[in-house]
Ligand binder design. Structure first.
Ligand code: SF4
Length: 241
């Protein structure tokens, strides 16, 4: 028989089965905790920390996407300390990553009054756009390293292991083994990585070409790779302002 755990979230009594995360328990009473790296189809790893909450008696803030409920727990999901932490996380992300294609994160910045100019001396993470296949492009200047694409490519869904983390520290990025092109890897172009990417770092090639200024007819021709001798690499010469 499943044990039922009773706790309090934002002063609301909550009873959920043991094993529930704080995030899931909060949802049962209509409390929304913001998430970025969390995705229902992926294993949670608490990488982005935007879902942190304050738990009475805990020294540090706790990531709600992985922390499980316990009997008598008292949780605050929107205290001053929590909001300050979320605001700082958003400001740090904004200082290093191109978030222009991340509407959900931009909305959070608005909600938390995050200042995109808070760290003016930071170094933006900039990478050349990778266009090495007819299906999708990779723009890691927009990547927040949430790991969702790596997980769906691996044990969470596809078991192809075409991509993973590469480098260390500030230079960490998602990459293929030895930086080879995607067609040379085990990638089967299932598109699941593109589907779970929250920032536009992975984008369908046709969408990218449309945004870049190509007409639908040109796009049909350019992405018919085999008939074009597999010349899938296209330079974004016509980038719109
Ligand atoms: S490419 Fe997208 S899904 Fe992959 S780690 Fe970066 S932001 Fe996350």
């Amino acid at each position: 028989m499943t044990e039922i755990i009773s706790l309090t979230i934002d002063s609301i009594p909550v009873s959920v089965p043991s094993g529930f995360t704080i995030l899931k328990a909060a949802e049962t009473v209509g409390i929304q905790i913001p998430t970025i790296c969390f995705h229902e189809a992926c294993t949670s790893n608490a990488l982005c920390r935007i879902c942190v909450v304050e738990v009475e008696g805990a020294r540090t803030l706790i990531p709600a996407c992985v922390a499980q409920v316990s009997e008598g727990m008292i949780v605050q999901t929107h205290s001053d300390r929590v909001q300050r932490a979320r605001r700082t996380i958003l400001e740090m992300l904004s200082s290093t990553v191109d978030l222009t294609d991340s509407p959900e994160i931009l909305a959070m910045m608005n909600d938390y009054h995050a200042d995109p100019e808070r760290f003016p001396e930071s170094n933006p993470r900039e990478f050349d756009l990778l266009d090495d296949n007819p299906m999708y492009v990779r723009d890691y200047s927009k990547c927040i390293l949430c790991w969702r694409c790596v997980q769906v490519c691996a044990e969470d869904a596809q078991y192809t292991h075409a991509i993973n983390f590469s480098q260390r520290g500030f230079d960490t990025r998602i990459d293929t083994f030895y930086h080879i092109t995607l067609p040379e890897t085990t990638c089967v172009f299932c598109g699941q990585c593109v589907a779970v990417c929250p920032t536009g770092a992975l984008k369908p090639k046709r969408q990218w070409l449309l945004e870049t200024g190509y007409s639908p007819i040109e796009i049909m021709s350019l992405t018919r790779s085999k008939r074009n001798g597999n010349k899938s690499r296209i330079q974004p010469e016509r980038k719109l302002p």
